[in-house]
Design a protein around this ligand. Structure first.
Ligand code: FES
Ligand code: FES
Length: 266
């Protein structure tokens, strides 16, 4: 076996794909450097490496260096995205998620990528006033829709009342889930105003507009937004403040040692 055949064999594949070849060139790996590198990685790990480079290039190298040539995109489509009252014309791969379009193409990094699988709510934005998971929404389906992200909530330099309430009630710790929590809360205010039912609505026949949501309702309706820091109690208080218009701070009651003992024995 020649030396070249040997390294291809070691890498576990017949030959390198175009993407893999391109990556190795970008990494400055040629000749013997390349051979010793390939001896140390499996074909599988090279493919994983390739997909990262490939995705990054399809989306954008950087905000200042967007791919100008749509030919570089697969399945390119032109989409006019209306985000936070501004229309942004974009040429995108038709499979681009709204989250990636916002973050990678428009530089709106407030919406967070937590799971990218519709499970954490960190990417929540509003589309035509309704909350949506932007990681599960194709950007190409959002033409002519009004998208509001966390960046669009403050008006004239003033925070949205929900943003202020989150600050007042300490509704966050690390802040990673917070943009999604706030967008979800703002849309929830409208759902309550419109009298939309939830899983814990007691009587679906008796549901009216301007619902007064109980804590149980708030928790249920916000359950798609996960907070790993566990700021849930304070998030509920923040929502309640804006929902009720009552900005009284909650008073917490702590159990006495005697009460705790009693509860233990019960
Ligand atoms: S990133 Fe969209 S739900 Fe987690
Ligand atoms: S504040 Fe940290 S994840 Fe919610």
């Amino acid at each position: 076996m020649t030396e070249d055949e040997n390294w291809q064999h070691t890498a576990g594949g017949d030959s390198l794909s175009e993407d893999e070849e391109r990556i190795l060139v970008q990494m400055g790996l040629t000749g013997s450097n390349r051979r010793s590198f390939l001896k140390q990685v499996s074909a599988a790990s090279l493919s994983i490496l390739a997909s990262t480079y490939f995705t990054a290039e399809v989306m954008a190298d950087s905000i200042d260096n967007l791919p100008e040539n749509p030919a570089a995109l697969l399945n390119a489509v032109k989409v006019n995205l209306r985000v936070n009252d501004t229309v942004k014309p974009l040429t995108l791969d038709s499979r681009t998620s709204l989250l990636d379009a916002l973050r990678e193409r428009l530089g709106l990094t407030g919406s967070k990528k937590g799971c990218d699988h519709g499970q954490c709510g960190a990417c929540t934005v509003m589309i035509d006033g309704k909350r949506h998971l932007s990681c599960l929404t194709l950007a190409a389906t959002c033409e002519n829709k009004e998208i509001t992200t966390i960046e669009g909530l403050a008006k004239n330099g003033k925070m949205h009342p929900m943003q202020r309430a989150f600050l007042t009630h300490d509704g966050f710790q690390c802040g990673y889930c917070t943009p999604g929590q706030i967008c979800s809360s703002v849309a929830l205010l409208e759902e309550a105003k419109n009298g939309e039912a939830s899983y814990v609505t007691e009587d679906l026949r008796d549901i009216k507009a301007n619902l007064k949501l109980s804590e149980e309702e708030i928790r249920e309706r916000m359950s798609g937004n996960i907070c790993r820091c566990g700021a849930y109690n304070n998030i509920v208080q923040a929502f309640k403040q804006v929902h009720s218009g009552n900005d009284k701070m909650p008073t917490w009651e702590f159990a006495t040692a005697e009460q705790m003992q009693k509860a233990k024995n019960a």
